[in-house]
Design a protein around this ligand. Structure first.
Ligand code: B3K
Ligand code: ZN
Length: 881
């Protein structure tokens, strides 16, 4: 397989102006006619025209009306090459037959009897011969023909301009999309679907028809998605000034789909990202739906109207759109809680990737298969990069930047530099080496030491930064890091800030007549000092407020300072963070104790800190729920020389149980005070109550205590919504035994008819930490509810299993062997899913020798298999280096 490099990007020799597609869909075959007007980029240059095409059968090819004879073109398994096209513009017409058997969820395929498409990144080449690259932007029409009774609904992008009946029980529809688009945004959906209809009136007064299409029995579960869509449309107008640009917006829901897709005016979603009812979906599902419906809608401007020049620029649309969906969810819920969730996710997935063999920059330099680069680095770290522009420029400056970006680039395929330039030019600022965030991989490590001088009444912060080496990048330059910070006085109040010296130069902080309590330090060098003057007492610094940069910060704050910040910081994020730093230190110390066979102990001051948070009635309940939750096991292992999943697991279980013992009564009170009453509501206040109740319930379920087991079981039985019911089930399922078996069986009996709920049931079991769980997971694969070809079920089981450190990394190698063999089986069906699973092995070098050998053996076994997909090959190759 060939590696493709960013530096080799070349402008295309030919552009496509219009593309007229015609689909005749049948049970046996689908025929696609494509009529493309081709325009050479430079007149008179007769370069060959290379078209991509996979799994297609060419039936005929014409140039400007004349059938092309065989010697004039070359055909191989991946291309159709016109050796010497006419000079000047011409019309290319092809007729192809599309391979009907397709389990890759890419190109045209069938999902539960309906036809649908997925073209990003390179799926359009499975539909027709084309220059399948995003810088080819054209206007499309799409004519669809199919059996009317089997496929009553015929959808594509844009506006419906004609429809009618045909002979032989068929019907047709013609769609026209007035906006130029890259082919990855093309979509077609054909099948038996019904719609929930609504309207949205845009700020200029245009009425847009909104339709969410599902199989008829699921229509009632689309109410929340419709609410989310309308909220997203309004929010994008209010916050970014972006109006929707067509008179129709369709969303289609299908069960077999990888995630969701922003096709122009015809978004397609996996069912689990749309369907919800209080009885069957949890708060987390509701929140995810809001975020993803928003995300795909927001792509209409960030991705569709302005798209990417090439796939290396993926973060240009994804990082920006994730940032937009994060902000949307923040504005509709709690900003602090949303930020905590997003940062936890970043640390769990992105930091870990960035520290291993799969590390790559936000804009990768090369790839074998671009599908492997839809990663937390492109998405979540990319969103952090966008957030840093906003932190540096403020709300208004950032908005000026996005306005200029849309104004300059509407209808174009552009690069990350274009976004940077719009931000810079709109604000007339010097952004120094900010662009390094796109090209340097790895998480910067920033150390801060502080000192107060009583005599001179000055407070100094010394920063030093390094970026660890990553594959292909050994030496790194210092990054431009915005550090939002404030200073607390001894009563816990923010001190007003007016100026500081940066390397001896005075920088004044102004904001009209108002006091400023948080300022943004621009750390740009390897070492840098900031000095604050005229301070009557030694302040406690609150650094990296709101997590203003995606870095690992090591400060010299003492435990007392951290407890102080936990109790007083005005920045909610940093209050949570102080608790997390303390918890990480505590856990790490106990891991050492465990490894030395010493007794585990829980620091009473930590228990006290947790108790204060728990009892502070001024705090948001969802915040409390987050603040009393320990850091994930992966975070702790990341801090260890050699990762020890067993030790970390024992320590985490010990601390949880100890907290439950010491705070039992407080936890019981929280459960009782926060029980749901009345109808389920998806709003922050109610979600926060449920979160706090269920977190404390989870603690109580750790105890070996009859009374508590009964309490948890009662919560399960009396639950009136899925959030409460499932949390109670998860609490019960922490411990092996009869209660667990009974509750799981009961839940399945209740919900076996609802596949989305069954998926939760599957993943709860597969992700379980109970010892020897691999055997249970194998049994689940034979369970009647399991189906390997469905993406959700597959991820529920294997994704779940790989997330359990103790079982996936079991020291007897049983977890590795199970997953290794599974990857090979899955790769034959669906390479994208298989490469996702095999990535779980990539950090094998973090573990002890025994585990290393076992994991490596599986990687080698996979590598030696015949017919491996490019997707899996790339991950295994890089993991083994
Ligand atoms: N743009 C799509 C991702 C497509 C993934 C293809 N393997 C969804 C999204 O990020 O919005
Ligand atoms: Zn996206």
């Amino acid at each position: 397989p060939k590696e493709i490099f960013l530096k080799d990007y070349k402008l295309p020799d030919y552009y496509f102006d219009t593309v007229d597609l015609s689909f005749s869909l049948g049970e046996e075959t689908t025929i696609v006619c494509a009529k493309i007007s081709v325009v050479p980029r430079v007149d008179g240059v007769a370069a060959p025209l290379v078209l991509d095409g996979i799994d297609l059968k060419l039936i005929s090819i014409k140039i400007s009306g004349n059938e092309l004879e065989e010697g004039y073109y070359h055909l191989d398994a991946r291309h159709l090459i016109l050796k010497a096209p006419p000079s000047g513009s011409f019309i290319l017409e092809t007729i192809t037959e599309v391979l009907q058997k397709n389990s890759s969820f890419e190109g045209l395929y069938k999902s539960s009897g309906n036809f649908c498409t997925q073209c990003e990144a390179e799926g359009f080449r499975k539909i027709t011969y084309f220059q399948d690259r995003p810088d080819i932007m054209a206007k499309y029409t799409c004519h669809i023909e199919a059996d009317k009774s089997l496929y009553p609904v015929l959808l594509s992008n844009g506006n419906l301009i004609e429809q009618g009946d045909l002979e032989g029980g068929k019907h047709f529809a013609v769609w026209e999309d007035p906006f130029k688009k890259p082919c990855y945004l093309f979509a077609l959906v054909v099948g038996q679907l019904e719609s929930r209809d609504d309207t949205f009136t845009t700020y200029s007064g245009r009425e847009v028809a909104l339709r969410i299409w599902t199989s008829p029995q699921d229509l009632p579960k689309t109410e929340h998605a419709m609410y989310s869509l309308k909220a997203a449309m309004k929010w994008d107008e209010d916050v970014f000034g972006r109006e929707y640009d067509l008179d129709l917006f369709n969303i289609v829901v299908v069960p077999d789909f990888l995630g969701a897709m922003e096709n122009k005016s015809l978004n397609i979603f996996n069912s689990k990202l749309v369907l919800a009812s209080p009885e069957t979906a949890s708060d987390a599902n509701y929140a995810a739906i809001l975020g993803v419906i928003g995300h795909e809608y927001f792509h209409n401007w960030t991705g569709n109207r302005v798209t990417c020049r090439d796939w290396f620029q993926l973060s240009l649309k994804e990082g920006l759109t994730v940032f937009r969906d994060q902000e949307f969810s923040s504005d509709l819920g709690s900003r602090t809680v949303k930020r905590i969730g997003d940062v936890s996710k970043l640390r769990t997935y992105q930091f870990s990737r960035d520290a291993g063999p799969m590390a790559h920059p936000v804009r990768p330099h090369s790839y074998i298969k671009v599908d492997n680069f839809y990663t937390s680095t492109v998405y979540e770290k990319g969103a952090e990069v966008v957030r840093m522009y906003k932190t540096l420029l403020g709300n208004e400056g950032f908005r000026k930047g996005t306005d200029l970006y849309f104004e300059r680039h509407d209808g174009q395929a552009v690069t990350c530099e274009d976004f940077f330039a719009a931000m810079r030019d709109a604000n007339n600022v010097d952004f120094a080496n900010f662009l390094l965030w796109y090209s340097q991989a790895g998480t910067p490590i920033v150390k801060v030491t502080s000192s107060y001088n009583v005599e001179s009444r000055t407070f100094s912060l010394k920063f030093s930064q390094t970026v660890p080496p990553t594959p292909g990048q050994h030496l790194k330059e210092p990054m431009f890091i915005p550090v939002a910070m404030g200073l607390l006085d001894s009563s816990g109040k923010d001190m007003p800030l007016s100026s500081f010296y940066q390397d001896g130069k005075l920088v004044s902080i102004t904001s009209g007549a108002q006091h400023v309590y948080t300022t943004v330090l621009r750390v740009t060098k390897g070492e840098e000092e900031f000095v604050f003057h005229d301070l009557d007492e030694k302040p406690i610094p609150s650094l990296l407020r709101g997590y203003s940069a995606p870095i690992r910060l090591h400060s010299d704050l003492t435990e007392n300072d951290l407890f102080f910040l936990l109790a007083h910081d005005s920045d909610g994020f940093n209050r949570w963070e102080a608790g997390q730093i303390l918890a990480r230190k505590l856990m790490l110390n106990q891991v050492v104790n465990f490894q030395k066979d010493e007794k585990l102990v829980l620091d009473p001051q930590f228990v006290h800190g947790i108790k204060c948070i728990l009892l502070d009635s001024s705090l948001d309940k969802e915040f409390i729920s987050k603040a009393i939750t320990l850091p994930g096991e992966g975070e702790i292992m990341d801090m260890m020389e050699v990762a020890d999943p067993d030790a970390v697991h024992v320590v985490q279980s010990f601390i949880r149980k100890q907290l439950a013992l010491e705070l039992k009564q407080e936890f019981i009170n929280k459960v009782k005070e926060n029980r749901s009453s009345g109808k389920y509501k998806f709003d922050h206040v109610n979600m926060a109550r449920r979160a706090l109740k269920n977190t404390t319930l989870g603690y109580l379920a750790c105890l070996e205590d009859e009374e508590m087991s009964e309490l948890v079981l009662n919560e399960y039985k009396s639950a009136t919504n899925m959030t409460d019911q499932f949390s109670a089930l998860a609490a019960i399922a922490q411990k092996p035994g009869k209660a667990r078996e009974d509750a799981l069986a009961d839940f399945y009996n209740k919900w076996q008819h609802d596949f989305l709920v069954v998926n939760k049931w599957l993943s709860l079991q597969s992700a379980s930490d109970i010892p020897g769980n691999v055997e249970n997971v194998k049994k689940l694969l034979d369970h009647p509810s399991f189906d390997l070809t469905n993406a959700n079920k597959m991820f529920s089981i294997i994704g779940g299993f790989c997330a359990s450190y103790v079982n996936f990394h079991a020291k007897d190698g049983s977890g590795y062997k199970f997953v290794g063999e599974f990857v090979l089986q899955l790769d034959k069906l669906n390479p994208q899913m298989a490469s996702g699973v095999v990535s779980s092995f990539s950090r094998w070098k973090r573990y002890d020798d025994t585990r290393q050998n076992l994991a490596k053996a599986q990687l080698e076994m996979i590598m030696s298999a015949n017919g491996l997909s490019k997707n899996v090959y790339e991950i295994v190759l890089k993991s083994l280096v």
